[in-house]
Write a protein that binds this ligand. Structure first.
Ligand code: PFF
Length: 444
């Protein structure tokens, strides 16, 4: 019953590149490094890995199974397997995508600006002051608009001619940039302190609820789960594709890039003695500490900085594409609008909403916390219940294209009991703290 005219990825690599493009982004470099610094180094990394394996992977498979099975965008896919009421969950996905892209694009705008400045002028004299000037207000707004226009241009091109074409080039390039930077960081005298900080776990810290909640939120954000992005991308897959194989590739690449980003950020920051800026971690830590480090490396630092911000831009762009695609595919399928018209209207509204985040850094922080510590967890919880309890055909659909899987039943069992219980527990702690945090960010 799948829509016969629906586009499909032209190759299996095209899908993996686009899905890895969605997963790998600012989350792996900016968010992962600043959270690792804020939440105490390696213990946070270990918890994040545990969540990725035991909760993230089953949900990634669940999203892919629903998406490919229904060959529809999120709202219609959930209705297809679960009836009208489940449309609401699809609606939650679309709203979450809308919210995340609106502030994500502001941060991506900062990276555009930083790359441009490094190319034309070099490193700013006082990175701290510079960041506070350019991260809010008109400056931030203009680059946010620029980034949104770029994203909209690619999504308007369609699944194969827009998204796939960009991803198959962008992802290998990003991988080379990040490997190169991590290798370069290893050559800096004094980098050992960075590795020690990053890789020596302090488990006393790991078990605070705050760290657990952040690690859970980060694992969903980083894998683009809980808002239908992977569901939407999988809806353009053919029935011959092997979902478990692709899911493992996606999760491995996502964790690999985050880990490599840590191997580049911490050694650089410690070798150049600017770790103080990172440990008082805020949203802007990387945008202050790294330019300081680049400044003290002379001309080479400028070059390294350009590569670093280019990697961030590439990652951010391929992730933003997937966020916009969730909203656009819902509009195209739901209202039968043309793709170009849907991109213009959805992208325009997201740009407007993002201008709030561009105006005030506290609002941006509040939006990030609401999205990650509540909405993504809630979306993942409901999706897990959906596939575990409602979608009877899930185990067969998972095996379609992959052949018989001895663990298909165990996977559904995880989605029925384990994943929802873990998520309920995390939400139970994250909702009250997030409300308190957001209130103090917004109302001072
Ligand atoms: N996974 C992206 C990152 O790590 O930067 C962010 C993201 C993209 C989240 C797409 C959610 C999403 F649907």
């Amino acid at each position: 019953m799948a829509n016969a005219r629906r586009e499909q990825w032209s190759t299996s690599f095209g899908f993996v590149a686009a899905a890895v493009g969605s997963a790998v982004g600012l989350g792996n470099m900016w968010r992962f490094s600043y959270l690792t610094a804020e939440k105490g180094g390696a213990a946070f990394v270990a918890l994040y890995l545990v969540f990725t394996l035991l909760v993230g992977l089953p949900i990634l498979l669940a999203e892919m199974t629903v998406g490919r099975g229904a060959s529809r965008s999120p709202i219609l896919a959930l209705e297809h397997y679960g009836g009208r009421n489940w449309r609401l969950l699809g609606g939650l996905f679309v709203l979450t995508g809308f919210l995340i892209l609106s502030y994500y694009s502001v941060i991506a705008g900062w990276t555009l600006r930083y790359a441009g400045e490094l190319i034309w002028h070099g490193v700013p004299a006082n990175p701290g002051d510079h960041f506070s000037q350019v991260s809010q207000g008109w400056n931030a707004f203009l680059f946010h608009v620029g980034f949104m226009v770029l994203t909209m241009g690619i999504v308007a091109g369609g699944v194969t001619r827009g998204i796939e074409r960009v991803s198959v080039v962008a992802m290998p390039a990003l991988f080379i940039f990040v490997c190169g930077l991590a290798l370069y960081a290893a050559t800096l005298p004094g980098s050992e302190a960075g590795y020690a900080y990053y890789l020596n776990a302090n488990f006393a810290n790991a078990f605070s609820m705050d760290v657990v909640v952040s690690a859970a939120g980060q694992s969903f954000f980083s894998l683009s789960l809980g808002m239908g992005a992977m569901l939407t991308f999988a809806s353009y897959l053919s029935r011959q594709s092997d979902l478990p194989r692709e899911a493992i590739r996606i999760a491995a690449a996502d964790f690999g890039v985050a880990f490599l980003a840590g191997l580049m950020v911490f050694p650089i920051v410690f070798a150049l003695g600017v770790e103080g800026d990172v440990s008082e971690s805020t949203l802007g830590a990387l945008f202050v500490a790294l330019p300081e480090a680049f400044a003290s490396m002379g001309l080479g630092g400028r070059f390294v900085g350009i590569i670093f911000f280019l990697a961030l831009i590439v990652g951010a762009l391929t992730s933003a594409i997937s966020l916009l695609e969730v909203v656009v595919s819902a509009v195209v399928d739901g209202w039968a609008w043309s793709r170009v018209r849907s991109v213009a209207v959805a992208g325009g509204l997201i740009t407007l909403m993002g201008s709030l985040a561009a105006w005030d850094l506290n609002l941006l922080d509040a939006m990030d916390q609401i999205a990650n510590n509540i909405l993504l967890l809630l979306g993942a919880l409901l999706l897990s219940i959906f596939v575990g309890w409602v979608m009877k055909e899930a185990p067969e659909e998972l095996q379609e294209g992959a052949g018989p899987l001895s663990w298909a039943g165990a996977w559904r069992f995880l989605l029925r009991w384990w994943v929802p219980l873990v998520l309920l527990f995390v939400l139970f702690h994250s909702v009250p703290t997030t409300i308190v945090n957001v209130r103090s960010l917004v109302f001072g």
